[in-house]
Design a protein around this ligand. Structure first.
Ligand SMILES: [Zn+2]
Length: 196
């Protein structure tokens, strides 16, 4: 996994990045109260048209039906200027509860895509349980598919393409996601990028 702030590689989930000293507690202070969020799709900008939102929610539901252990959530917001969307996605993925069911033994197989409309940037975060199933390059490819579509302001196409890449990579390597004990709600890998 990689630190979402300084991108240094960590051998295992750690409460604090040994390089830049990042902690979730520091991000709590930085980002404040958790925003309201929905299981599949959250639009905090109030600018995503209803039909597009419905279409994307349906895509995310279908993905969840195909990979029941894996909840893919999309969070769209106008983050304050200067916010690093990768840090924000990491914080939100670790602090917000998107799934309605308790994570099995704290294992996290969920994915979170954060689109920052203010910064024209996005980040994709994968739960630690997906390590070994999704590599950093898979997440980078999935995020890139989203960003390409965002360059044409087509968010539904972006979400569709992003889900397509993740599904294809998971299919290629899918093994039974056996839950093992251990509280590791951290990031396996993350990708970030901009479309501006
Ligand atoms: Zn760091």
């Amino acid at each position: 996994m990689k630190c979402p702030s300084c991108a240094s590689t960590l051998a295992a989930p750690e409460p604090r990045c040994p390089n830049c000293k990042l902690t979730l507690q520091a991000l709590d202070v930085k980002f404040g109260a958790l925003p309201r969020h929905a299981m599949y799709f959250t639009d905090r900008t109030d600018r995503v048209p209803m039909p597009e939102m419905a279409a994307m929610r349906r895509m995310l539901e279908l993905f969840h039906q195909r990979f029941p252990q894996c909840l893919f959530s999309v969070f769209v917001a106008d983050l304050p200027r200067g916010t690093r969307v990768g840090e924000y996605a990491f914080w939100l993925a670790n602090r917000a509860r998107f799934s309605s069911v308790e994570q099995v033994h704290g294992h996290n197989f969920d994915l979170l895509l954060v689109a920052d409309m203010n910064g024209d940037a996005a980040a994709l975060n994968a739960g630690y349980g997906l390590e070994g199933h999704l590599e950093e390059e898979d997440l980078a490819a999935a995020l890139d598919a989203f960003i390409q579509a965002m360059r044409g302001s087509d968010m539904p196409a972006g979400v569709q393409a992003c889900l397509g890449v993740v599904a294809q990579r998971l299919d290629a390597r899918w093994m039974a996601l056996q839950a093992e004990p251990g509280p590791t709600p951290m990031t396996a890998a993350a990708a970030g990028g901009t479309w501006a």
